[in-house]
Design a protein around this ligand. Structure first.
Ligand code: TLP
Length: 344
């Protein structure tokens, strides 16, 4: 079989044989009745690790974010968010359709906002304006190239939010990457948000599954909307078990992904026409510009594919690479050699 080096996303990982064995043997029950012991164990564990009262298992990161937005807001509310964020760009316009909110987008630095920017965006209490209700943050920031939200900035945004009576949702699809990279524990990040979503199906390598965590009262609302959105699942311990396995066995190794991403960035920087700053690569995502190669990102992706290396064009001249469980150090060297060949 052809060996692909797939750097398109950390979502492409396949469950390992050991993970599959755990899944096959998982104890299950009907989770819509709250009777799946494996799901319950996963929810308790993740809630505790994020410093929240409760967590709820959902199929995807998108559903986790959309449920959080729905549960925090009312129709017509405004949600302050960074302009390149996932909920605004990559969730099919769900905020408008499912929650009837409008996003108020602010431009950050690699996805990171300052409290002062947010403060300026908060609407005065005047009947002309929508009600500012929620702030969404993303850590790590996908479009920001896996940038880590500095925890002091989160704390400052939290202080602002509380002084203005606003809520904060943290899209923590890759919060575990941030935590492993900085040594800051998930609950330390979690304390600066009212709700947190996390994904098991990214760097941790589970085949499916995300969780949304927050207060009991918040999760009660999320639970109702999860049913409404069709996300109530049955003997879902089969997949929750993969998540528990991943938390036990795939967390510490995230640092290897970070090292591999750094190695990629340093190697790419040497190539003609490639523009990136390896210092910006903090976790497992590398985004770089290829404008000066005279080729488009899609053209490069096509040629790389012919050489068995899959990459993700992120706009006309930008490429995103993501390292993960199924990419070895040796694969990184092969990918770099291939880039060298393709970019001349
Ligand atoms: N991101 C995917 C694509 O949708 C771009 C990827 O390959 O990175 N929040 C963040 C920060 C994400 O990066 C993603 C997935 C999600 C939420 C949504 O998760 P899923 O794919 O489980 O709905």
């Amino acid at each position: 079989m052809k060996k692909w080096i797939d750097l398109r996303s950390d979502t492409v990982t396949r469950p390992t044989p050991a993970m599959r064995r755990v899944m096959a043997e998982a104890e299950v029950g009907d989770d819509v009745f709250g009777e799946d012991p494996t799901v319950n164990a996963l929810q308790e564990r993740v809630a505790k690790s994020l410093g929240k009262e409760m967590a709820l298992f959902v199929p995807s990161g998108t559903m986790a974010n959309q449920l959080a937005i729905k549960s925090h807001t009312h129709a017509g509310d405004e949600v302050v968010i960074e302009t390149t964020s996932h909920p605004y760009n990559f969730e099919g316009g769900g905020g408008a359709v499912l929650s009837a909110i409008q996003f108020h987008c602010l431009k950050g630095v690699r996805g990171i906002l300052d409290a002062s920017q947010i403060e300026e965006a908060i609407r005065p209490d005047d009947h002309h304006f929508p009600v500012t209700r929620l702030i969404c943050l993303e850590n790590t920031h996908n479009r920001g190239g896996g940038a880590i939200y500095p925890i002091e900035k989160m704390a400052e945004i939290h202080r602002l939010a509380k002084s203005k009576g606003l809520l904060i949702h943290l899209d923590g699809a890759r919060l575990w990457n941030a935590s492993v990279a900085t040594g800051i524990r998930p609950h330390e990040y979690g304390q600066w948000a009212d709700s947190v979503s996390v994904c098991l199906s990214k760097g941790l390598g589970a085949p499916i599954g995300s969780l949304v965590a927050g207060s009991k009262e918040f999760i009660h609302r999320v639970h109702r909307f999860r049913k409404m959105f069709g996300g109530g699942m049955r003997q879902v311990g089969i997949i929750a078990s993969a998540g528990l396995y991943a938390l036990d066995h795939h967390m510490d190794r995230l640092k290897e992904d970070h090292q591999n991403a750094k190695r990629l960035a340093v190697g790419l920087k040497e190539l003609k026409g490639v523009s990136l700053d390896p210092r910006h690569v903090e976790t497992n995502i590398v985004i770089f510009d290829v404008m000066e190669t005279g080729k488009t990102a899609s053209q490069i992706a096509e040629t790389m594919k012919g050489q068995n290396v899959l990459i993700h064009p992120f706009g006309k001249t930008q490429i995103r690479l993501v390292t993960h469980l199924d990419v070895t150090e040796e694969d990184i060297e092969t990918a770099l050699k291939t880039f060298k060949k393709v970019l001349g």
